[in-house]
Design a protein around this ligand. Structure first.
Ligand SMILES: [Zn+2]
Length: 156
């Protein structure tokens, strides 16, 4: 690593005082990660997003930093659907106080929308979408439909 490269690297991964850093996100999925966490363009949270960062482990990766918010395990586990290698770092006073991986949850409630327009979860009934996560994809527990591709595109 030469000196010239250091400032650039420092810019991309500049430290935050407290909050959450989600590292090793699958390249290109950072915006979907924000969507999963319910962070939209109108959010008041202070965010940094870096995409397609060079990584030794993954070749390219995305990084998301959210200041002043510590994500709960249930929140970050949803991220595993689209970024199974993601690592969560909880930061307090510039120190990493907790590091955790993501685990794919067995059941997803209210996370993805069922593609079947006739599914009860797409009617006016107050029924939350519920999918079981299986090897083959996501399986709707109400109407038996499957989501096997573009999971991110179905996220509510
Ligand atoms: Zn359904």
């Amino acid at each position: 690593m030469n000196d010239e490269a250091s400032p650039v690297k420092g810019l991309l991964i500049s430290p935050i005082r407290s909050g959450t850093v989600i590292d090793h996100i699958t390249a290109g999925e950072a915006l979907n990660v924000l969507k999963i966490l319910g962070i939209t363009g109108s959010t008041t949270e202070s965010l940094s997003v870096a995409t397609n960062v060079a990584s030794h482990r993954m070749e390219k990766k995305d990084i998301v930093k959210i200041e002043n918010r510590e994500l709960r395990k249930e929140e970050v586990d949803r991220i595993a659907l689209i970024a199974p290698q993601a690592k969560i770092n909880i930061i307090r006073e510039y120190l990493v106080v907790e590091k955790k991986g993501v685990e794919i949850p067995k059941i997803l409630r209210g996370v993805v929308r069922c593609p079947n327009p006739g599914c009860i979860t797409n009617t006016n009934e107050p029924v939350e979408s519920t999918f079981e996560v299986l090897e083959k994809g996501l399986h709707c527990l109400y109407c038996d439909w499957w989501i096997k591709t573009d999971i991110a595109g179905h996220i509510i």
